[in-house]
Design a binder for this molecule. Structure first.
Ligand SMILES: O=c1ccn([C@@H]2O[C@H](COP(=O)(O)OP(=O)(O)O)[C@@H](O)[C@H]2O)c(=O)[nH]1
Ligand SMILES: O=C(O)[C@@H](COP(=O)(O)O)O[C@H]1O[C@H](CO)[C@@H](O)[C@H](O)[C@H]1O
Length: 328
């Protein structure tokens, strides 16, 4: 199993908590991408189609990946790269790797490569990953977006699929259901929608209110489980997106996806019941909110927030809460 070890990643000290650092990191990741490009393995076929060239979005990501392009497996098989980002997931990761490896086993013309990242876990996630034996193992800095970006940089499929490591009832057919519309040429992006027993905190308290106000066109196109970790992309579409380093990655992706020109074909597919480990991580809420505000700034829509009663609403809620506290 090729193991890519990055000393720097092990330092685990990078702060992703301020927006400036976040932007610098985005720029840096592009430079890393460029370095990767110059070291790309030989013998990869460039299969950039006319449509892909036309769709070439401005920015280095697109340049890197459209030129580098993707590989085909033996006998022209289509490759689906399954990327599983993991940080402190010792209980679920090994089983989920095994399940991912069993996807598409009955389909002769599809090959699956499973890429797993460890974002400086403090438990035995790393050992569990090595035991389960994915096709590639990457040690990456903390941050969900960092993990997704690194996984993408080391992938070779024309379909790139992400799946969370903490699923409790993961099934191989979820990979098939999310990848198939792309493999069959019916979609460019597929979001897997699960029925969760939890209130989707980050989605309902931060993402939806801000998106409805600032990016209503996104709410219209991606509505069912907009922050789902089960999502697949045709490679050229993913190459045109900014992958933010932290949990803001999905929110920012949704905004860019819906505003992409030419538009990509987005499909939402039902997976049924989906259970994961509940973490109640408030950093996630902050990072999702910050990503939307950064995008609002980039798309020059921040005035919509200033003109609305949004910040007053927060003050009203805080006032009401303290009144109630006084009464109880
Ligand atoms: O720094 C991080 C934080 C999270 N994750 C992974 O990203 C996925 C989604 O994160 P989490 O489970 O915290 O979100 P939830 O699904 O609970 O909302 C999981 O596989 C995490 O292990 C990661 O790779 N690096
Ligand atoms: O759906 C959601 O609101 C959050 C879960 O929020 P909670 O931990 O249930 O409050 O989870 C998703 O959002 C994260 C940020 O975009 C993704 O990284 C996760 O994969 C996804 O499960």
């Amino acid at each position: 199993m090729p193991q890519l070890f990055d000393e720097k990643a092990r330092e685990c000290s990078r702060s992703i908590n301020d927006p400036l650092a976040m932007r610098l990191q985005i720029r840096k990741s592009r430079i890393v991408g460029l370095e990767q490009e110059t070291k790309a393995p030989r013998g990869r076929k460039s299969r950039t189609s006319g449509r892909e060239r036309e769709a070439k979005a401005p920015g280095l990501w697109a340049d890197i990946f459209l030129e580098r392009s993707y590989d085909t497996g033996p006998n022209g098989k289509q490759i689906v790269s399954v990327i599983i980002p993991a940080r402190n997931e010792e209980k679920t990761i090994a089983r989920n790797i095994t399940i991912a490896r069993s996807a598409f086993q009955e389909t002769e013309d599809v090959e699956v490569e499973v890429i797993v990242t460890d974002g400086c876990s403090e438990d035995s996630t790393r050992e569990e990953i090595l035991k389960a034996g994915p096709d590639h193992f990457l040690e990456v800095p903390p941050g969900k977006g960092n993990a997704m970006r690194e996984g993408f940089l080391h992938s070779r499929g024309d379909v790139v699929l992400f799946s969370d490591a903490d699923l409790l009832n993961f099934e191989a057919r979820w990979i098939e259901m999310v990848a198939e519309p792309i493999l069959q040429g019916r979609a460019d992006v597929v979001l897997g929608v699960g029925i969760s027993p939890w209130f989707q905190g980050a989605t309902e308290t931060i993402y939806r209110p801000l998106i409805k106000l600032l990016f209503p066109e996104v709410e219209e196109r991606i509505s069912r489980q907009p922050l789902t970790g089960q999502r697949a992309f045709r490679r050229w579409v993913l190459a045109g997106l900014d992958l933010l380093p932290d949990y803001g990655v999905e929110a920012a992706m949704n905004i860019d996806l819906v505003n992409m020109k030419p538009p990509s074909r987005i499909q939402e597919v039902s997976l049924g019941e989906k259970r994961d480990v509940w973490k109640g991580n408030l950093d996630m809420y902050r990072e999702v909110g910050r990503a939307i505000l950064l995008k609002a700034c980039q798309y020059e829509r921040l005035s919509r927030l200033r003109e609305s009663n949004f910040s007053q609403l927060v003050e009203i809620l805080n006032g009401l809460l303290s009144e109630i506290d006084l009464q109880v």
